[in-house]
Structure formats: structure tokens, C-alpha cells
Write a protein that binds this ligand. Structure first.
Ligand code: SF4
Length: 85
């Protein structure tokens, strides 16, 4: 399967690389971004439905914040992704 079309510009991947905040980013890329599981990525699903403006950079593909980071400034859609998706 082709890589996620968002991979080149994915703010999560960029955030991890810039902040060294997510030691498992390569695992996430392998599991989600480069497989059909990309269709389960909460980031991708939010982006497809509401636009990338609602997707926080520190949201992991499973919808949780990167450990040690805050959800305080997350959009309504991001905070409530279980309800709105
Ligand atoms: S984290 Fe999600 S949106 Fe970003 S490139 Fe991977 S599958 Fe796509």
C-alpha cells in the first residue's frame, strides 16, 4: 500500500523530529503511515473530515497526546475525536 498522502507534511512527524519528543515515531510511521492502518490514524481521519487546522501537532496516530504534552489547546474536534469521527 502507498504511504499516507499526508506523510511528507505530517505535523506529528515534524514535531517528533524537531523536539525529540517521541522516541517511537519510527514505529508509528511503520505501523500507520506506511501501511493500510493509515486509514485508522485519528490524525488522518480528523484531517479528511474537518481539515488539518483541527489536528494538533502533538496528537499521536492513536489519538492520544505525545506523553508529557498537553491537550489544553486542542480543538474541540481533536478533544472529542471519539464522538465526532
Ligand atoms: S501520522 Fe497519520 S496523518 Fe500523519 S502521515 Fe502518519 S498516517 Fe498520515
Amino acid at each position: 500500500m502507498a504511504d499516507c498522502p499526508n506523510l511528507a507534511g505530517c505535523a506529528f512527524v515534524g514535531y517528533c523530529n524537531e523536539n525529540d519528543a517521541c522516541t517511537s515515531v519510527n514505529g508509528f510511521i511503520k505501523i500507520y503511515c506506511k501501511s493500510e492502518k493509515q486509514n485508522q490514524c485519528i490524525r488522518k481521519r480528523l484531517c479528511d473530515q474537518f481539515g488539518k487546522v483541527v489536528v494538533p501537532k502533538n496528537m499521536m496516530p492513536n489519538g492520544a497526546p505525545i506523553p508529557g504534552t498537553s491537550t489544553d489547546d486542542w480543538s474541540h474536534e481533536a478533544k472529542n475525536h471519539r464522538k465526532v469521527l
